[in-house]
Ligand binder design. Sequence first.
Ligand SMILES: [Zn+2]
Ligand SMILES: [Zn+2]
Length: 388
Amino acid sequence: MPWRCDMSTHGIKHIVAVHSAKGGVGKSTVAVNLAIGLTQLGARVGLMDADIHGPSIAKMLGNTSWPQPGPYQDTIKPLEAYGLQFISMANLTTAETPIIWRGAMLNSVLSQFFSHVQWHELDYLIVDMPPGTGDVQLTLAQNIPLSGVVVVSTPQELALSDTIRGTQAFQRLEVPILGVVENMSYFICDECQQKTEIFGDSAVHMLAEELKTRILARIPIEPGITASGDEGKPFILAHPESESSKTLEKAAQKILNQLEDKVPTSVLNLEWVPMEAGERITVPPRMEVDSGLEMKALWQVSQTELGIVWENGDTSIIPVRKLRLACPCAVCVDEWTGEDLLDPKTVPEDLSVEHIQTVGRYAIQPVFSDGHDTGIFHFESLRSLASD
Ligand SMILES: [Zn+2]
Ligand SMILES: [Zn+2]
């Protein structure tokens, strides 16, 4: 059956953002160790360093090599370390080519960065977000279909309204808060193992309650870990017996418990039902966008035409070749100038769609018979393509 796409062998199941309201709270360290904690539980995990101002996960994982090109034009393969697939902006820049990333350019670079990495079959992609809740973070959260967010803070930052406001911004985008990690939470003496709540009563319980979420971990300050100089080896591997490692292992388990049975939000593949005379129809899960545009069904009208039934009963029929020519991806359209890069002469007249997956609840991503699969078509653009 051509219109089928097996969830277990395609794409990313869950994308989890690791967020902090401010820098310097150890967010990247938490992201790296959580990602490894998830691999230790048997999950296939990727880690994307989107925090290009912070410490580089490439360095933390001891692999700063240049990534290899991927199977499609303008794509790269992620690097590997300790059973983890990962990519960091640091892998793509060198000391000789410092680049200042700001505002709109940063947005565009991160979205591109995200869509150009060819991850190989992931259960979880952990995204180490830039700290804060500005345009950059919100654009990322809107463009990437997140299954949840992990909030990292320190005792001093916890009570700050920034942390609450920042986290509520994700909640407004209907991204579930998976829990709070309190870093540098209390002190454990190397000599006598005594625990001291140096910051007094922790505010993490109040924060978790305020955000209607749970505490994933309270990571102590353990001077032995900090001083051991395990550059390139995360502490969960270098010091598995430490309190920090044990609490993060439990946090990884808590994340897994919340997500493993959930329908993946990042890539929802459609189940295609065979129809008479070569037609196939399917009813996707309820999908909607801000504009209220909802898709009820998608079907293969013929080899070269795609049909869409909208929630209000309207039907759109789009020639597959027309859809392909309107592809908005970075391979087909120059992202900076808007110039068309696709030569229509290279697109065959009898182009068909081999399979389709939904992206979040707002778009579809077809795989065309010419092998092109990087175009994400928002419902609005499908609607206007059909009425053109
Ligand atoms: Zn002591
Ligand atoms: Zn394209």
